[in-house]
Design a protein around this ligand. Sequence first.
Ligand SMILES: [Zn+2]
Length: 114
Amino acid sequence: MDTINRLLKKQASKKRSKDQDETDSINKDDSSTNSQIPIAFHYVSNKDGCTLSIPLDVEIPIKFSKGPNYPPPVPICSVSGCTRPKKYRCVNTLKYACSMEHLQMMDTRVKQSF
Ligand SMILES: [Zn+2]
């Protein structure tokens, strides 16, 4: 009976020391992260959830210096008087055309000028 108790105690003590070690290491990590001022965005995702650490000098909501890159507005047909958006581009003049008719118009104009 004595030996069993001793073994149990030993295991218990062993377990406790291991747990203490773990808690110690966790405490260490906590103190280091608390003392460190985040200088970069830090994203952590684990079983407890996810956290995002933001540098202190970043204002919330974040103001991005550059907005999202929307595609530039579609240019309008280069033929005078035509306000339709371009569909084609003339190979010779690099001007825009809304339709094949206007494209050919520009093309013939170029040919005429030569
Ligand atoms: Zn046109």
